[in-house]
Design a binder for this molecule. Structure first.
Ligand code: UDX
Ligand code: UDX
Length: 471
């Protein structure tokens, strides 16, 4: 039977809150700290600030029993054996990670230390951050044997965060001392031993008691680099396939066939080869920039990452130009938009390509009616509703009398539209799909002018792109 560990998680964002809920789920006692009083109040009252599958169930299961919420960092950390730092590490003006929240939290932890603690970096941080945290804590008068700083990077994806956490590909533990490694090992023991997967209420996923996630024990620095390098490599894969898509588009080939052919090579693998309008979100853009900055600081030339970023920002512009050329001009056009979050399955609009594209269309005089199953409330903070910008309650309401429909993220329901209904709802049956959710031949058969990314564009009729709908 695994032992229960007392844990404090500082920062209740996507990473902190999910980690806290999952630590409770695997049997630990967790205090979640956040300096946003309103968020703490909401969490205490049973509210959940983010859209994440299984998170409500887990928090309901463990609230007031194994998880509590507070804004009092001192109280939370004093009883804890391990303190996870999961505050934001946003991009600063220079592209490097802004570590001021981590710095502030480290000082505050130092002032509350009352016994040996393992302080764990959970946020994505540049290599050497662990040494800085050590220095900050020592500067506050805490002796070295009272604490260790370890790194336990988190690889969860938004939308599937709980499953990713509990059914991880790997658990990376970066620690410098046996006692830090021991505490971290005990925290993950219910997963690494397979015990969790035998419990009746376990969140379902690919891992089983016979195939639990492997633990990789590394140095703290290696763990820090593993996180940055993983995100940078995934972003590179996406930019790579997007350029290949653009080649396919000119050559008249289908990038999905090409991606399938590349991905069948087990050395490459099929994942993260979906061409589209580029990556967004709170991690890839900031982590690619931060890793490039880390390389620079180490005196290493990593121009590749600059190219990855350039390709990524060009991809959404290219898509925007594609829409414009299908419509001739945006002024006075009514555009339906499906998807505002940076991908399907989340309400997060940080660095969302969809938001940029909508903004550019509005600037060129289009009227936009958008639908996203979860992100409308957040999107309306940057794209306020008004005469030019409207929000609809479903895909068909967004499509009503529109001159074209754009698909900008990949919610499952966007791939399952009633195409007949969509056809007669739109003013012109033009669909520009930034996520390749439909088969071009099927769309043509259904009477649509259908443009996607890296696949031959197909028109139902030669002039369907500008002409009225044929009934
Ligand atoms: C996380 C990681 O921190 C980041 O490194 C990783 O790359 C992506 O995910 P995320 O969980 O998305 O960030 O951050 P965010 O949603 O901004 O949440 C951070 C939380 O920390 C917020 O609730 C904020 O109120 C809180 N916070 C911030 C503190 O409690 N104290 C602080 O000093 C600063
Ligand atoms: C990512 C990493 O996957 C995760 O391991 C890390 O902890 C945080 O950053 P996330 O940002 O939640 O997770 O989303 P992810 O599913 O990785 O997608 C990132 C972006 O890439 C999205 O905009 C998505 O639409 C895009 N993407 C992803 C593609 O364009 N093509 C793909 O093949 C895959």
């Amino acid at each position: 039977m695994s032992q229960s560990v007392s844990i404090a998680v500082v920062g209740s964002g996507y990473v902190g809150l999910v980690a806290a809920a999952c630590f409770a789920e695997i049997g630990h006692r967790v205090v979640c700290v956040d300096n946003d009083e309103a968020k703490v109040r909401m969490l205490r009252e049973g509210g959940i600030p983010i859209h994440e599958e299984y998170l409500p169930e887990l928090l309901n299961r463990h609230r007031e029993n194994r998880v509590e919420f507070t804004s009092d960092l001192r109280k939370a950390t004093q009883g804890a054996q391990a303190i996870f730092i999961a505050v934001g590490t946003p991009q600063s003006e220079t592209g490097s990670a802004d570590l001021s929240y981590v710095d502030a939290v480290a000082s505050e932890i130092a002032r509350s230390i009352d016994g040996y603690k393992v302080i764990v970096e959970k946020s994505t941080v540049p290599v050497y951050t662990n040494e800085w945290i050590c220095r900050v804590i020592e500067r506050n008068g805490v002796s070295r044997e009272m604490f260790d700083v370890a790194s336990n990077p988190e690889f969860l994806r938004e939308g599937t965060a709980v499953t990713d956490f509990l059914h991880a590909d790997r658990i990376v533990l970066g620690a410098e001392t046996p006692r830090a490694a021991e505490v971290l090992g005990a925290i993950y023991e219910p997963l690494s031993s397979g015990e969790y997967y035998r419990s009746a209420n376990a969140v379902p996923g690919p891992r089983t008691s016979d195939d639990p996630p492997p633990v990789l024990l590394t140095s703290t620095k290696a763990a820090e680099i593993i996180k940055h390098a993983s995100n940078a490599l995934l972003a590179t894969k996406i930019s790579f396939i997007n350029v290949v898509a653009n080649i396919c588009e000119s050559a008249g080939a289908d990038v999905q066939e090409v991606a399938k052919g590349i991905g069948m090579d087990t050395r490459i693998g099929p994942k993260f080869l979906r061409a589209g309008i580029g990556y967004g979100g709170s991690c890839f853009p900031k982590d690619v920039a931060a890793f490039r900055h880390v390389a620079e600081q180490m005196g290493v030339e990593f121009g590749l990452l600059g190219e990855v970023e350039k390709i990524n920002s060009e991809q959404r512009r290219r898509f925007f130009r594609k829409v414009r050329s299908a419509l001739w001009t945006f002024r006075g056009k009514k555009i339906a938009v499906l998807g505002l979050a940076f991908k399907g399955g989340t309400d997060d609009i940080r660095e969302s390509p969809a938001v940029d594209i909508v903004q550019w269309m509005l600037k060129e005089g289009a009227t936009v009616t958008a639908y996203d199953p979860a992100a409308a409330a957040r999107a309306s903070e940057v794209l306020p509703a008004g005469p030019q910008m409207k929000y609809a309650d479903d895909a068909y309401a967004a499509a009503q009398d529109a001159d074209a429909l754009l698909i900008l993220n990949d919610w499952q329901e966007f791939a399952e539209l009633d195409l007949k209904r969509l056809h007669y709802t739109l003013r012109y049956p033009i669909v520009v799909d930034g996520r390749n959710l439909y088969d071009p031949a099927k769309m043509a058969e259904m009477g649509f002018t259908y443009l996607s990314v890296g696949r031959p564009g197909i028109s139902h009729t030669r002039d369907a792109a500008v002409g009225p709908r044929l009934v």
